[in-house]
Design a protein around this ligand. Structure first.
Ligand code: COA
Length: 532
């Protein structure tokens, strides 16, 4: 009875058209992902291989249990910036000896693996994920340290990287560093602050200052090996706990360390789950190209939850927000999904109540965004839309159950906040290629600017140039549109990745499994004052 019915005609012209647009966007996305995979490009990749070294992703593959998935995070970091796509580091979640771990790997083919401002943001985000979900951290290190030309952006905030490692350790979350090459200066504190370290014969170089710096500072003549080689650190300084003969040996020793961590998940794996009744492929044709055209988010829910089984909460009240209970890969979830875009007072109150229920029941929440924000206008202001929106934002801010957000369509204005946007600390946030997010829609924003400029000219008694206004509006519209797109937002680390809609269930399932490493406990009270 609670299995969702579908009204989608998968052979109809609308579905076909939406699907064609989505496939076009996915092809663009693939091209950007390929840039991250290419690292520093052929020249540097060939040089790296010529030195007998493995690439960052190959190291990860050897570390993981065979044939298990790796959920790569933020692959588009630095997109649209002056730095290469991917930000010279690979981060993600994978399984080592049956333990879900957060793995980071410097990409030494990109400017010596040096850390630029986007590398730092991406690495800090990875630490945040490890901390929130109690995932052991494995750092595969080979980096030229700070990207020196951008040092002013990273030196001071960058200290947080080493702070995080020791705070993870203090929280009982294991940290392991495997050093494949250079780990100089500040980089030396990655092994320095980790619980377990592995260094590789003739490869690892871990020192506060290399031979030229030492010569400058003290006049002492030295060499790489005596300052920071694996043999020295394993036999003399004691910084290396494990001495590996080569890269595969180091990775297999890392696996042995994880096998002995005795790191237990707070919640057991729920076991096999029933797949949805409808094909994931059909998710390509649900979101229209023009986000002003409404679509039923139950069509998305039906294609991601177990057995397409969904117990809707308050279906007749506040219908432009769909709320209900389901399971996803066996994990219980509450779903909040926007329908028709606008959040009114009833929807906001319904959301606040639903979020409180999920907290009482220790049930994680999934937010499917397609909202243009809270309703404006005299009737709605007089009806208390601000206080009702505030209720929803209070509930989402003080909720303690894990939140997963997926931007599938629009995510504008305070609606982005109420639906657990980035600033509201969802455990994970992903976007579909169809998503758009900004303070408001591009046309509306350009229109507001124009009205303000016209009023300002009138107040000064100046004439208003309509032709210039039209040009300005078009320019602003274009700029805001470009800044609302998922690749741009992903480049700035405002999400954890742009995903193929067909992968949504798998990605959310992997996240839910990682999340359940830590105890899932809702807030019993502890909300702020609900303005009634
Ligand atoms: N900041 C900015 N650019 C850097 C960099 C850094 N920290 N480290 C390396 N690069 C650049 C190099 O200038 C080079 O650019 P180019 O190919 O356009 O000339 C590119 O990255 C590759 O470096 P290269 O030295 O050819 O690679 P390598 O693999 O032989 O050596 C290092 C890598 C990291 C050992 C070496 O580059 C190095 O010692 N870098 C400086 C390390 C350091 O002292 N960092 C300060 C930390 S606070």
């Amino acid at each position: 009875m609670t299995v969702l019915a579908s009204a989608v005609d998968v052979t109809g012209p609308e579905h076909t058209a939406h699907r064609a647009v989505m496939l076009g966007r996915l092809a663009e996305l693939d091209a950007e992902h390929a840039k991250a995979l290419a690292g520093g490009g052929e020249k540097y990749v060939t040089r790296h291989r010529g030195r007998g070294k493995l690439l960052a992703r190959e190291r990860i593959e050897l570390l993981l249990d065979p044939d298990t998935p790796f959920l790569e995070l933020s692959p588009l970091a630095a997109w649209g910036s002056d730095y290469p796509v991917g930000a010279s580091i690979v981060t993600g979640i994978g399984t080592v000896e049956g333990v879900e771990c957060l793995i980071t790997a410097n990409d030494p083919t990109v400017r010596g693996g040096a850390s630029n401002p986007w590398t730092l943001k991406k690495a800090l985000r990875a630490n945040e994920i490890a901390h929130a979900n109690r995932l052991p951290v494995i750092s595969l290190v080979e980096s030229g340290g700070a990207d020196l030309p951008s040092q002013k952006e990273i030196f001071i905030p960058g200290g947080a990287l080493f702070r995080d490692l020791t705070r993870l350790s203090a929280a009982g979350i294991p940290t392991i560093a495997v050093v494949f090459g250079n780990s100089t200066a500040g980089g030396a504190y990655v092994p320095g602050m980790s619980d377990h370290t592995i260094m590789i014969k003739d490869r690892s170089k871990v020192f506060l200052g290399g031979p030229p710096l030492v010569k400058m500072a003290t006049g002492e003549e030295s060499d790489d090996e005596s300052l920071g080689g694996a043999e020295m650190h394993a036999r003399t300084s004691g910084l290396a706990d494990h001495f590996a003969l080569d890269e595969p040996d180091a990775l297999s020793q890392a696996r042995r360390i994880v096998a002995r961590l005795n790191h237990r998940k707070a919640h057991p794996d729920p076991g096999p789950a029933e797949p949805p009744k409808y094909a994931a492929e059909e998710l390509l044709g649900i979101v229209p190209e023009d986000l002003k055209t409404p679509f039923d988010p139950r069509e998305v829910v039906a294609r991601i939850v177990d057995g397409s089984d969904f117990d809707e909460f308050k279906p007749l009240y506040g219908p432009s927000l769909v709320t209900g209970w389901a399971r996803l890969h066996g994990y219980p979830v509450g779903v909040l999904a926007n329908a028709q875009g606008v959040l009114f007072s009833a929807e906001s109150q319904k959301a606040a109540q639903f979020i409180q229920l999920a907290n009482q029941r220790d049930t994680p929440l999934v937010f499917l965004h397609n909202t243009t924000g809270y309703m404006v206008g005299k009737e709605y202001e007089q009806g208390g839309i601000i206080k009702h929106g505030a209720m929803m934002i209070n509930a989402v801010s003080n909720s303690r159950v894990p939140h997963l957000s997926v931007l599938i369509g629009a995510s504008y204005g305070a609606g982005h906040y109420g639906m657990c946007g980035r600033a509201y600390d969802p455990r994970f946030l992903f976007a579909w290629p169809s998503a758009k997010s900004a303070v408001m829609g591009p046309q509306q924003l350009a229109g507001v600017l124009s009205i303000v400029a016209r009023a300002s000219a009138a107040a000064k008694g100046q004439p208003y140039d309509d032709e210039a206004d039209a040009g300005l509006r078009a320019m602003v519209e274009q700029q805001i549109e470009a800044e609302s797109l998922p690749m741009f937002l992903s480049g700035r680390l405002y999400d954890d990745g742009v995903i193929d809609p067909r992968d949504t269930r798998t990605v959310l399932g992997l996240c839910l499994s990682a999340i359940h490493t830590a105890p899932v406990e809702g807030a019993r009270g502890g909300f702020g004052v609900f303005r009634m």
